[in-house]
Design a binder for this molecule. Structure first.
Ligand code: HEC
Ligand code: HEC
Length: 462
């Protein structure tokens, strides 16, 4: 009996010592990741969660590897969508132009930058960066665009080259709409900012460059001229993810039915996604990759069988898409984790008045009751984060284009990065002052002018 106790005690001491060694040997990595977190996320999650066991370390390793894979997919994976962007609508022909075997004048870097495409400075060789700095690169020559494509430097666009020279097809990526650059070298040329909404990007104008939109016309059951008119109406920073479902190009008031591109950061902890709460991040990622980007994968959502709400989708069988091989499904887990890992960026110092923001926080939480829906720190409701048009005092056109016929409480972190194009799903309020005045009227808040000003500064500080 005594011998047994001694053995148990010895084992215990050994175990404690082992844990301590593991703890000490892990301290440097844990510290490094803590300091990484500190400038990007002010939530409490992670503190005290240092890896202790073998499994802990496996989880950390797995997360790191998965996030790296997700980053690559987000930036570079076309999911096989070149079959659409290249082979079907032949956008690559318009990009390279007649001189290189395509059609039309071709797209120069200046034209590309004008429609909001961005150039990744980290993909450029040193001498090209130097030449760009000294204005020694011809930005009016489509040949330069082709060179940039070969370097994989145009964000969200992949050129596929035949025998090294001719652009034979092209594909698009998530980063096209959900990344921009910091303009470090020149406007539109800089380091990648993944997750930021590209509010300069004129998707409609870009698709309109394609010589053959007959496939879209056929899908929608209209002529090509109508498709081009719809696309031309989108304007910068907007895209219509519901067009290929219900065929509605315009709202009843004649304005475009397209919505603003939202950011893809700060989404961890948020239940429903998109302006109208279509589903989770992986639901929407599968939706976009299969239906909008026209990649090759699997997608199942029987809500799209409703021929009254979604006549185009029901006709096309978008409720049940199956491709063999499936180039999307295996990428969803990494893509999911990567997006959840992108923190909302903090506003630069000096971009808001901190004292006013502090007062504004009180107004947000107390008198204006904003925080009843925009619950910090995600700034949306934990739970079913959806509201009717009536509740928030706007029309229901866009809400009715989604299964739940509601608007999702928009997460507000990083609001300062997407002030271009306005606020709410369609940018109907061009400033935060207008948003606040709308709520003041709609909820009868009786906010004073200083309170409104403070509230705006708070919104800018998120
Ligand atoms: C052509 C532009 C475009 C591309 C490409 C694109 N998106 Fe989006 N994305 C949008 C727009 C517009 C919305 C809003 C749709 C809506 O509310 O109806 C959106 C919504 C989202 C949302 C919801 C964000 C939120 O606030 O909840 C996520 C997440 C997202 N996209 C991720 C992706 C991923 C991942 C890819 C690549 C598989 C992708 N998107 C490709 C334009 C794009
Ligand atoms: C009843 C719930 C509710 C309340 C209360 C509420 N909001 Fe909202 N908020 C929403 C919804 C839903 C949206 C999305 C509207 C849309 O998609 O068009 C939104 C959108 C916004 C946006 C635009 C975000 C963007 O990305 O364009 C801002 C800013 C905002 N709210 C601030 C406030 C402020 C400030 C208050 C308090 C005065 C407030 N909200 C009160 C539900 C609410």
């Amino acid at each position: 009996m005594k011998r047994n106790w001694q053995t148990i005690l010895a084992v215990l001491i050994l175990a404690v010592a082992t844990i301590q060694i593991a703890w000490v040997s892990n301290t440097p990595t844990a510290t490094a990741s803590d300091s990484d977190d500190s400038d990007s996320d002010d939530s409490d999650s992670g503190k005290g969660g240092k890896p202790v066991t073998h499994l802990d370390r496996r989880i950390d390793r797995h997360a790191k590897q998965t996030i790296a894979a997700g980053r690559h997919i987000f930036r570079f994976d076309t999911f096989g969508d070149e079959a659409f962007w290249g082979d079907t609508i032949k956008l690559h022909q318009a990009i390279q132009g007649k001189r290189f075997g395509g059609v039309g004048p071709g797209v120069s870097p200046n034209t590309a930058l004008k429609v909001g495409l961005k150039v990744d400075v980290d993909a450029l060789p040193h001498d090209l960066v130097e030449n760009l700095k000294h204005g020694q690169v011809d930005l009016d020559d489509p040949a330069t665009t082709l060179a940039l494509l070969k370097l994989n430097a145009i964000i969200g666009v992949t050129g596929i080259f035949e025998s090294g020279e001719r652009l034979s097809s092209m594909g698009t990526q998530c980063a096209l709409c959900h990344s921009t650059v910091d303009d470090s070298l020149a406007p539109g040329i800089g380091h990648r900012l993944d997750g930021w909404a590209n509010r300069d990007l004129n998707v409609g104008a870009i698709i309109n460059l394609a010589p053959d939109l007959s496939a879209i016309a056929e899908l929608l059951g209209v002529d090509e001229k109508t498709v081009r008119k719809v696309l031309a109406a989108w304007g910068p920073g907007k895209f219509d993810a519901e067009l290929l479902l219900d065929g509605k190009g315009f709202r009843p008031d004649g304005k475009t039915a397209a919505t603003l591109i939202p950011p893809a950061f700060g989404l961890a902890g948020v239940n429903l996604h998109t302006w109208t709460g279509w589903g989770s991040v992986p639901h929407w990622n599968a939706f976009v990759a299969n239906i909008e980007m026209q990649g090759k994968g699997t997608f199942f959502d029987p809500r799209l069988k409703d021929a009254e709400q979604f006549p185009v989708a029901a006709r096309a069988g978008f409720d049940n898409i199956r491709n063999d091989p499936d180039l999307i499904s295996a990428k969803l887990p990494a893509l999911h984790l990567y997006q959840l890992a992108i923190p909302a960026p903090k506003p630069p110092a000096g971009s808001f008045n901190p004292n006013m923001a502090l007062n504004g926080k009180k107004v947000f939480e107390k008198k204006a009751k904003c925080a009843t829906c925009h619950v910090p720190p995600t700034f949306t409701e934990p739970g079913w984060n959806m509201h009717t048009a009536e509740e928030i005092g706007i029309d229901d056109f866009q809400a009715n284009r989604a299964p739940d016929k509601r608007y999702r409480t928009a997460p507000l972190k990083g609001l300062w990065t997407h002030t271009k194009g306005g606020f709410y799903h369609d940018g109907r309020f061009s400033t935060l002052h207008e948003v606040v005045s709308h709520y003041d009227r709609h909820f009868g808040l009786h906010l004073s002018d200083p309170e409104k000003g403070d509230l705006v500064e708070y919104l800018k500080s998120l």
